[in-house]
Design a protein around this ligand. Structure first.
Ligand SMILES: NC(=O)c1ccc[n+]([C@@H]2O[C@H](COP(=O)([O-])OP(=O)(O)OC[C@H]3O[C@@H](n4cnc5c(N)ncnc54)[C@H](OP(=O)(O)O)[C@@H]3O)[C@@H](O)[C@H]2O)c1
Length: 270
């Protein structure tokens, strides 16, 4: 992998986040772990250091459900301190809840937070920085428009809102690449991964759980597309499975991307 400098990984305490940090550390990359739970982050760091004592891992607090936290995080970073950004953190809220900024929580963590974080980091990132955004195969089952950014309680559904948040992140990625063509913005789709997020016990009865779980990837396997995207020479690719492809045609709608960007910008001022 030819990335040099500190790689910023959000959600570094999560199943795939921690697996990414470990792989990057093993390869000798300094990593900035952006995490909301610092005690958990320290435990992940200590665990990785026990295997890779040379690992250079710095932890900083970041709560993507708070735009104030995102701004504070970005304010603390100096130009050149981050070489690449992996927007990995995500959540699937079981119930409708509104953050201090007035956003639905799943949208805040999966979309508004990464949107603001990325925009605030642009001045400190290299012009050709690699940015990898973690999306999901659920994107293909939903459509996107401006109303999806602020669902009412009636419009909220656990998986539907999550899918639209990821679809919005995908739209943001494409428009970001158009506005900043020197950046290398790629999408990573891990498939279905047996992680903390997929709380199978809550979704399926024990029989379905037993049938489904063996089909899920391990976090280490699931994060491989993102790691390959973090090493990519070019942007604008969709990393999934063992390879990458052009962005699927179903997601190509530049006019929609412009509208979603404008609607987001109206809700968050950078
Ligand atoms: N698992 C799958 O099948 C699957 C499929 C497609 C896409 N993805 C995506 O892959 C990414 C990683 O997910 P995962 O499966 O590894 O899930 P995970 O184990 O639940 O990890 C999620 C990470 O996001 C962090 N996070 C949650 N809310 C946050 C907040 N408000 N502020 C900052 N960080 C927050 C979590 O922090 P805590 O440790 O503090 O909870 C954790 O580090 C997510 O973007 C997810 O949507 C997953």
């Amino acid at each position: 992998m030819e990335v040099s400098g500190r790689i910023l990984v959000t959600g570094a305490t999560g199943s795939m986040g921690a697996a990414a940090v470990e792989t990057l550390a093993e390869a000798g990359h300094p990593v900035l772990m952006a995490c909301r739970n610092l005690a958990k982050a320290e435990a992940v760091r200590a665990d990785i250091l026990s295997r890779f004592p040379q690992a250079d891992l710095v932890i900083r607090p970041l709560d993507l459900s708070s735009m104030a936290s995102v701004r504070q995080f970005a304010d603390g970073l100096e130009k050149g301190s981050v070489q690449a950004l992996f927007n990995n953190a995500g959540t699937i809220s079981k119930c409708y809840s509104i953050t201090e900024d007035g956003f639905e929580n799943t949208l805040s963590v999966n979309y508004f937070g990464p949107w603001l974080l990325t925009c605030l980091l642009l001045p400190i990132l290299p012009a050709d920085a690699r940015i990898v955004n973690m999306v999901s195969l659920t994107c293909r089952y939903v459509s996107l428009d401006e109303t999806a950014l602020q669902p009412t309680e009636k419009q909220f559904s656990q998986l539907g809102t999550y899918a639209r948040a990821k679809r919005a992140l995908l739209s943001f990625s494409l428009e970001l690449a158009r506005r900043y063509p020197s950046l290398r913005v790629n999408l990573a789709d891990p498939g279905i991964v047996a992680s903390n997020m997929i709380d199978l016990g809550h979704w399926y009865d024990p029989l379905a759980d037993r049938l489904f779980k063996p089909l899920c990837k391990t976090p280490k396997a699931g994060v491989q597309p993102a790691l390959r995207a973090l090493a990519a020479a070019e942007g604008n690719r969709y990393y999934v499975g063992k390879g990458s492809r052009a962005i699927p045609g179903r997601y190509l709608d530049p006019a929609l991307d412009v509208r979603i960007w404008a609607a987001t910008e109206a809700l968050i001022s950078v």
